[in-house]
Design a protein around this ligand. Structure first.
Ligand code: ZN
Length: 410
């Protein structure tokens, strides 16, 4: 039994690479969730399958949402999921009414979701939003439609490569229950405005993020050059982006999070160790912009992270580094250690994926089955890691460093 703390809700807080500092937050924390920090969970029942009307107090006025109850806390607090996949924590002290209907819970269609989001964003951000549907993505955008389409195609290719990668490793994934939504804003200024509406992080140096609560990716037209017309072709978009490799890597990184959290690899609001979640997203973040049909570069050596890891080993890495990385997310949360933690997480995932395939798959299975709103102790995290990869940390560390010492930037 654990209570939620804010640190479990925000990922990619400070993610500096080399000299570039990126702040990419994975999660927006609405007020209701902040109140919900004391929600204590005991056990997990399967989610309710009927739609309920939940009314709660939101800063003095009642608000009603329709959704299914995913978790019920011992004190009566609820975790509710709306039909678009959005999660709400409703603590007992603000819950006013719970009405059960006869209607089965079903995901909203991508068409309805697109229409509704356009109306909402036209009202709350600025008029001019439109929807681009690709096979699996709903892109709601105020950017040039050509950039929205290009983004959708990029995500489709990443999704195909992502699913094929795990299938090839015997990891069974499921189809997303909810449409995958990306909100693409026309420029940095509008993006900052959007982020400031509800998020708790500084948007000025952020390129994009994935929100665990809304399940949306949010980004802006990174191919837009101030004072110039939008890029007219996908070739022009690629040409412009070739000068901003970190921006595009961030977009791919966040899209990898979204697929992982929607295909059963990670579960939203459960204890996903950051060394795994972040190392994996970094593993996928090397974009393949040239290929139109596929994605040939999954798992390519991430040069920036490799360089950072080499530097970390040389000057800052102490004994027990693996245990601390695995046991707690602290190093990812603190700005002075975050870049090293991301680099080591990438390296550890790279090493394990290449040398311990079966063990990695079995560890993934353990993590993806974790209950929501329950946070593990460092001891439990380390024990689960040991169950998959063995108890001899020193030996693993030796082999890890030896292996990574031979990896070269290509
Ligand atoms: Zn991340």
């Amino acid at each position: 039994m654990w209570s939620i703390s804010t640190t479990e809700l925000v990922l990619d807080f400070d993610n500096p690479v080399g000299s570039v500092l990126m702040r990419t937050s994975l999660s927006k924390i609405p007020r209701v969730l902040v109140i919900g920090l004391s929600l204590v969970v005991c056990g997990m029942a399967p989610p309710e399958t009927v739609l309920e009307q939940i009314t709660f107090d939101e800063e003095g006025s009642p608000r009603t949402i329709s959704g299914r109850v995913v978790v019920k806390a011992v004190d009566g607090g609820l975790l509710v999921q709306e039909r678009d996949g959005r999660l709400w924590t409703v603590p007992a002290e603000v819950l006013q009414k719970r009405v059960t209907t006869q209607t089965p819970f079903r995901s909203e269609t991508s068409k309805d979701m697109g229409k509704r989001l356009v109306a909402e964003l036209d009202r709350s951000v600025a008029p001019g939003f439109h929807v681009t549907h690709t096979r699996h993505y709903t892109i709601v955008s105020s950017a040039d439609p050509r950039f929205a389409r290009w983004t959708g195609q990029l995500f489709e290719r990443l999704r195909t490569a992502f699913l094929a990668f795990w299938k090839g490793r015997g990891v069974k994934l499921s189809d997303p229950e909810f449409p995958l939504v990306a909100i693409v804003l026309k420029d940095r200024e509008q993006f900052s405005k959007f982020v400031r509406r509800g998020a708790s992080f500084d948007p000025t140096t952020t390129t994009g993020y994935y929100s665990i609560l809304s399940n949306h990716i949010v980004l802006y037209d990174i191919a837009r050059v101030p004072g110039q017309p939008p890029a007219a072709t996908s070739v022009e978009i690629r040409r412009r982006l070739s000068t901003a490799p970190r921006a595009i890597a961030t977009v791919v990184h966040e899209a990898s999070h979204q697929i992982a959290f929607n295909s059963g690899l990670n579960r939203r609001l459960s204890d996903n160790p950051l060394w795994l979640v972040e190392g994996m997203a970094v593993f996928f973040e090397t974009p393949d912009l040239k290929s139109r049909s596929g994605w040939r570069t999954v798992g390519r050596v991430n040069r920036a992270r490799l360089a950072r890891f080499a530097d970390f080993i040389q000057s800052r890495r102490g004994r027990g580094s693996l245990q601390s990385l695995v046991g707690s997310d602290r190093r990812f949360r603190e700005s002075e250690s975050a870049a090293d933690a991301y680099a080591e997480a990438w390296a550890l995932n790279y090493f394990l994926l290449r040398t311990r395939r079966k063990q990695y798959a079995s560890y993934l299975k353990t993590v993806s089955a974790k209950p929501m709103l329950t946070w593990d102790s460092p001891e439990k995290r380390q024990a689960e890691f040991e169950a998959a990869f063995g108890k001899d940390w020193d030996e693993l560390d030796r082999m890890f460093l030896k292996y990574m010492g031979r990896v070269r930037s290509r």
